[in-house]
Design a protein around this ligand. Sequence first.
Ligand SMILES: [Zn+2]
Length: 257
Amino acid sequence: MRVIPIPCLKDNYAYLVVCDDTQMAGVVDPAEAGVVLRAVDIEGVTLRAVFNTHHHPDHVGGVPELVKAIPNLEVYGHRVDKNRIDGFTRGVEMGDVLSLGNLKIEVIHNPGHTTGGVTYLVEGCAFTGDTLFGGGCGRLFEGTPETLFHSLTKVLGRLPDTTQVFFGHEYTEQNLKFAAQLEPDNEWIHQRLKQVEDTRKRGGITTPSTLALEWATNPFMRCGNLEFIHRVQARDPTVEGRPEEVFTAIRKWKDRF
Ligand SMILES: [Zn+2]
């Protein structure tokens, strides 16, 4: 398998996922069609499917044009997004396994950012959309803090540490600046922030990361860590020590950061 990140719009990523045995491809979150069709041409692959992580326009904007350009394109999304994604052909649910050439793609339902948020898992690569970012997570548009916290730490958190995380936006540098402010003593955050700053200065991209790196540096994954809880309570003593309360507090702080 190979994965080709395709920068879209201001800071979005679509991803072309290719089965090397068959040269069949799927695209995750095509915000725009033109750049995707160009990548399909350059790679010399056959586009068979669109994998939508959720219904937001900056992720599905290119779907109608792709459907027009390519006959019999399968357009996947969580079943609750049936009427919210133009061109939708097939609803998916937690635990579904899809095929792309010889690849098997597992569907993980992770609500919180939206009710129909899904991650697609292919050979140890997780395409998380706006649920899990490098150093951060999506905003709570259609869910409670508890729901998103559970999706991040209990649902995605069950995947192996080596899982590669392909996220939906290039927010990593800004996210890690917030993380460094919350945990000034966390050496992993400082190291990662420095690396990310260097990468961005060179015009590079910070996707993918790994789940291990997110556990170590992403504040939204760290709300169950005692040291982290104490850091948050030092900043606001009214925050209770339950991980969900800590998550709720830092999600609010991040919205204003
Ligand atoms: Zn979104």
